[in-house]
Design a protein around this ligand. Structure first.
Ligand SMILES: Nc1nc2c(ncn2[C@@H]2O[C@H](COP(=O)(O)OP(=O)(O)OP(=O)(O)O)[C@@H](O)[C@H]2O)c(=O)[nH]1
Ligand SMILES: [Mg+2]
Length: 212
């Protein structure tokens, strides 16, 4: 099942929308607050230690990083590590650049099949997370949320958080009359929670039927 993601390599770093690869291959992007665990999730889902650069320093990933998946001589798709948002100690000019890069990419990139939105399970659904949901849900494409670092919560607390977020998403889609395109699960790279479900979702999005 995870065969596709387990063949992955770095492709390119992009800092401007005009530099996005012209490739028509389908892509899945990973977004979330700075430090939410995007780079760590890409590494674990691709079964590699240092594919995407994970760091204790928030704001480490400041550009759009592309990874190719599938056989090296015949890549089948791209995974995208997006710059984290909500990092306070960043100059306003840099913050504005990030927002334009991120918003532009999410709303205009036709190759993008779906968004993986990572939120720390201890503080999910912040204002900026809702802004990402608003931007992307309007495209009609699916968002799958990972409640990361679930290992930091007790089992009961993580289940309660999952239910609360599910409820909020159901209310949101109903209020906006959207199809049921928002899903959520618990996730931990440390304890390897939810890897199969996340891989399955991504690979289902990347299947050829989704490339239209
Ligand atoms: N306990 C725990 N820590 C995690 C988990 N996933 C990531 N971390 C830690 O969280 C920190 C941030 O992880 P990154 O993957 O670099 O986060 P990011 O979202 O890529 O951050 P930016 O690139 O700054 O946007 C690192 O110290 C990771 O080791 C997890 O499942 N459990
Ligand atoms: Mg990162």
């Amino acid at each position: 099942m995870s065969f596709l993601l387990h063949q992955a390599r770095f492709l390119v770093t992009v800092n401007h929308l005009r530099d996005l690869p012209p490739s028509p291959l389908p892509e899945v992007a990973f977004a979330g607050r700075s430090n939410a665990g995007k780079s760590s999730a890409i590494n674990v889902l691709c079964n590699q230690r240092r594919l995407a650069f994970a760091s204790k320093t928030p704001g480490r990933t400041q550009h759009i990083n592309y990874f190719s998946v599938g056989p090296a001589d015949q890549p089948r798709a791209h995974l995208i590590d997006l710059p984290g948002y909500g990092y306070a100690e960043v100059p306003a000019s840099v913050q504005i650049h990030w927002e334009q890069l991120l918003g532009g990419y999410l709303q205009t990139r036709t190759q993008l099949c779906g968004l993986i939105l990572l939120m720390d399970a201890r503080r999910p659904c912040t204002e900026l997370d809702w802004q990402m949901i608003d931007w992307f849900a309007s495209t009609g494409k699916p968002i799958h949320m990972l409640l990361t670092k679930a290992d930091k919560l007790t089992r009961q607390a993580s289940i309660n958080t999952l239910r609360t977020v599910q409820q909020k998403l159901a209310e949101y889609t109903m209020r906006l009359g959207l199809p049921n395109q928002l899903t959520v699960q618990l996730f931990s790279t440390l304890k390897r929670v939810g890897l199969d479900d996340a891989q399955h979702t991504i690979e289902a999005w990347l299947k050829p039927a989704h490339q239209t």
